[in-house]
Design a protein around this ligand. Structure first.
Ligand code: ASP
Length: 424
């Protein structure tokens, strides 16, 4: 079908097929408009809000139905335990690789040496409360009220409950109840995917609004731009180089070597979620798009995506992990505090924990840095140094977070014997 036959269906098909072209146009247009009209950003920001609201609307029912159906399907052939091990193994391995890449670069480039220290702490976000909550994060996985967890969008506890629910569907004695529930959640999941695909149609609009907003914010503050270029340039470069190596060398190599998947095809299949992750700075909000692209473009089964992606969007954050490590080391260098091998090891471990604990929302990673700083006794005010450039780094690390989730799903699918090739 093409544009030329002039009916609505024809245009819709053409639009869907070329969606990422429209998204790219929206991205470029957003940068232009945000730069030229920074004071008129509010004319457009509602588009971004609208899109994010649409995504948030589908997240909880999508996660619930996808995990419950996925786990109950898995449970029936006893592959849940094996899949859990593989998935967690992949998450920890790739996050550690990302952190080590960051650690190596930050020691080589030493971006913090000679950087000016912050003279005030007034712009600091609320650190202590969030930072101390790592232990609580684990505890809070178990909701005291499941409906509160759903209504507040608490990912980990929602996932926890959904997994339990799925497992216990398979344990129901009466076969017709088991089938009824399984069918019900499979069917609900189909509907939620349909709604998700509908929301995805608005991605270009959303990306445009979000990008205008970010660019206008930065362009409006010339002083901030100058500061970024001068003292924070090297720091940004270190983070960006690390993210680049991880996304374009490490993860593609893993895909190629472990699973024989062509990373370029996979990348093309994932373009829409990656650009969305970049513009929303939220792996949580991008989740519906990630699942849709994996299933419909990369040809990965619902059995694998429904288990790995909601979990991955919440706990597997390679980009954030790398960023945490570089940021903490940068602050140590700026304060001229030497960290020995043992302390750097603590940085690595706490960066991993911080990335697991960080929520898939904008700037969550920035807040979690306090966990690392307090673990190795660095001044919390150091966070003030990197605030100015966090927004842009957040966009990049979020895209890497989502990219790693998707590579993981592909590798695990292959290891489970799935051979469907990328159809993008
Ligand atoms: N924004 C990131 C995400 O949603 C988390 C972070 O701030 O690092 O993946």
């Amino acid at each position: 079908m093409s544009l030329s036959n002039g009916n609505n269906k024809g245009f819709l098909a053409f639009y869907q097929r070329n969606l990422f072209v429209f998204i790219l146009i929206a991205l470029v247009a957003g940068i232009g408009v945000g730069y030229v009209l920074p004071h008129r950003a509010t004319w457009f920001t509602w588009m971004g809000d609208l899109f994010i609201r649409g995504l948030k609307m589908v997240i909880v029912p999508l996660i619930l139905s996808s995990i419950i159906s996925g786990v109950s399907n898995l449970g029936q052939n006893n592959s849940l335990g094996r899949l859990t091990l593989k998935t967690l193994g992949y998450y920890v391995t790739t996050s550690l690789l990302a952190i080590l890449t960051g650690l190596l670069l930050v020691n080589l480039i030493e971006p913090g040496v000679g950087a000016p220290l912050p003279d005030s702490t007034e712009n600091l976000p609320e650190l202590s409360a969030e930072g101390a909550s790592l232990k609580d994060t684990l505890l809070r996985m178990i909701p005291t009220n499941v409906f509160a967890a759903f209504s507040q969008g608490q990912m980990l506890s929602t996932i926890f409950f959904a997994v339990l629910f799925g497992v216990f569907i398979t344990k129901v004695k009466e076969a017709r109840y088991r089938d009824l529930l399984s069918d019900f959640f499979n069917a609900t999941f189909e509907v939620m995917m349909g709604i998700t695909m509908f929301v995805i149609l608005f991605t270009p609009l959303g990306v445009f609004g979000l990008v205008v907003d970010v660019v206008a914010e930065q362009a409006g503050d010339k002083a901030k731009l100058a500061l970024m270029a001068a003292s924070l340039g090297k720091y940004m470069l270190t983070v960006i180089a690390g993210l680049g190596i991880h996304a374009f060398v490490t993860l593609p190599l893993l895909m190629l070597l472990l699973a024989g998947i062509n990373p370029i095809h996979h990348f093309r299949a994932m373009l829409t979620p990656l650009i969305t992750a970049f513009s929303t700075s939220s792996s949580g909000a991008t989740l519906p798009l990630t699942m849709e692209a994996l299933e419909h473009k990369a040809g990965i089964s619902n059995r694998i995506t429904s288990f790995t992606i909601p979990l991955g969007a919440t706990i597997n954050m390679d980009g954030t992990a790398l960023y945490e490590c570089v940021a903490a080391m940068f602050i140590a260098q700026a304060y001229n505090i030497h960290l020995d091998f043992g302390q750097q090891l603590i940085v690595v471990i706490t960066a991993l924990l911080a990335s697991i604990g960080a929520a898939g929302i904008p700037m969550a990673g920035l807040v979690m840095i306090s966990v690392i700083l307090s673990a190795v006794g660095l001044p919390l005010e150091g966070v003030g140094m990197i605030l100015a450039v966090d927004r842009i780094l957040d966009m990049m690390r979020t895209a890497v977070n989502v990219w790693s989730d998707s590579c993981g799903a592909a590798i695990i699918a292959r290891s489970e014997g799935e051979t469907t090739h990328t159809v993008a």
